[in-house]
Each structure stands twice: as C-alpha cells, then as structure tokens.
Design a protein around this ligand. Sequence first.
Ligand SMILES: Nc1ncnc2c1ncn2[C@@H]1O[C@H](COP(=O)(O)OP(=O)(O)OP(=O)(O)O)[C@@H](O)[C@H]1O
Ligand SMILES: [Mg+2]
Length: 252
Amino acid sequence: MARGEAPERNAAGREGAPILEVRDLVARYGQITALKGISLTVNEGQIIALIGANGAGKSTTLRVISGLLRPATGDVLIQGRTIRWATPRAIVCMGVVHCPEGRRIFTRLTVLENLRLGHYTRGKTDLDPAMARVYKLFPILEERQSQLGGTLSGGEQQMLAIGRSLMLRPKLLLLDEPSLGLAPLLVQQIFETIAEINREGTSVLLVEQNANMALRMADRAYILETGRIALEGSGPDLLANDAVRKSYLGEL
Ligand SMILES: Nc1ncnc2c1ncn2[C@@H]1O[C@H](COP(=O)(O)OP(=O)(O)OP(=O)(O)O)[C@@H](O)[C@H]1O
Ligand SMILES: [Mg+2]
C-alpha cells in the first residue's frame, strides 16, 4: 500500500440498521448558533466521516451526541432511542463513546492507570479482555504501560486516547481529529487501526480535517460548513467533486 493511501475496505453489506440518527439539530453556545439544523445517519458497521473547516461545528456535533451539550432543538437517536434526557454516562452505557479532540489523557497517571480509568463505568467485568484488545491494537502501549501519560509522544498519546475509549467497548466510536498533529507515517497507522476497530464490529463517526484519508476510508461522508451540511455522499463521489477538491483537498 502506498504511503498516504487509506486502507482498502470492502463496502459490501454495510447497510445495517441505524445506530445513530441526528435530526434537524440546532445547538448554541449563548448567542452563537454553532449548528443550524443538521441531520446525519450512521448505520451499524459503517465508518462515516464528518469533514469541515475550523469552526464549522464538527466538535459541537460530537459534543451533542455524547450529551456534553444539550441541543436547542432537534434530536439525537441511538438505536432508535432519544438521548434528550440522557446524561453523558447514560449515553456511554448506550454504547456511544467520545474520544475528544486534543487527546485529554491523564498526564500524571501511567498508561495502565489511564486505561483502567477508561474502564471505570464497567466495574470489574471484562477488564482483562478489554485491556488485551487495546494492547493487541497498540502494542507500544503495553511496552509503555508503566510510563506517565504526559511523557508519551504525541502519537502514543493519541493511541492511548483511542485505547481508553475502546476500554468501554463502544458500539459507536466518535473520533475527533485523531490524525491531528501526527507525522504522515503515524497518520497512516492510526487510520489503519481505525479500519481494524471497525472490522471488529465498532461503527465510527470520524471527524477529520485530513479529508483525503477520511474520504477514502469512509462509507459515506458529510461536509459541514458553518453549522450546515453543505454536501453528503459516498467517499469516491465526494473525492471527485470539484468543490470538495478545491476547498478540502487543496486542488484545482
Ligand atoms: N465553548 C464555546 N463557547 C462559545 N462558542 C463556542 C464554544 N465552542 C465552540 N464554539 C463556537 O462554535 C463554532 C463551532 O465550533 P466547533 O468547535 O464545533 O468547530 P470545529 O468544526 O470542531 O472546528 P475545529 O476544526 O477548529 O476543531 C465555532 O464558531 C466556535 O467558535
Ligand atoms: Mg473541533
């Protein structure tokens, strides 16, 4: 596989039931309306990309889905159930886990402690298999398990952040800019791991500024522009779209 190419995926049979439906979602921070009525769907087993420039509302979308920000109007359904009254913790229990932008690991705790904390809502059940799965995906984390989070490299911190989210065994993983600030080789590795996580059965809503990689790996993508969905379509369709190539792929 050439460098910079997302791993090839077989898109056949990837139309499961909706795991996430966002309907006419409006979200505000005080006077600022960050989301102006967006709708999107993730079906079971899919990777769906959400692309957009700085300030478009990508992180806000994930914050509403994970219950950190209440919608002004509109709704979010997880497997057909509204989250309108659900706490962030209840949403985790519904199988939706948010890996936020900027990594947010505990810098003064070890890798092992970070992963154990990721598991806290599940009590003592399945701790070992969950840990084994994370170490299989990210062998470097096992090597570094006694090292403090804050002393890991940027790429390792990103792996730890994703690993910590996986400890909760999500049905749907919300990933906010996992490739940000990483060297090309590491970007490639993170995307390959996301594909692997998906193959093991986790649906993914992937927020990315690396539109090229995200569109190559996604079943479908939405382009967000200042709080509105400007375009949606399959990855190949959007990669071939002139407006997308100009605005998000730096071409033309
Ligand atoms: N806590 C906040 N208080 C007020 N305004 C906010 C807050 N967080 C975000 N915003 C505003 O909401 C809009 C959407 O922000 P958001 O973080 O969702 O964008 P984004 O698409 O994730 O951008 P980026 O690519 O830079 O991460 C922006 O105009 C931003 O300034
Ligand atoms: Mg953001």
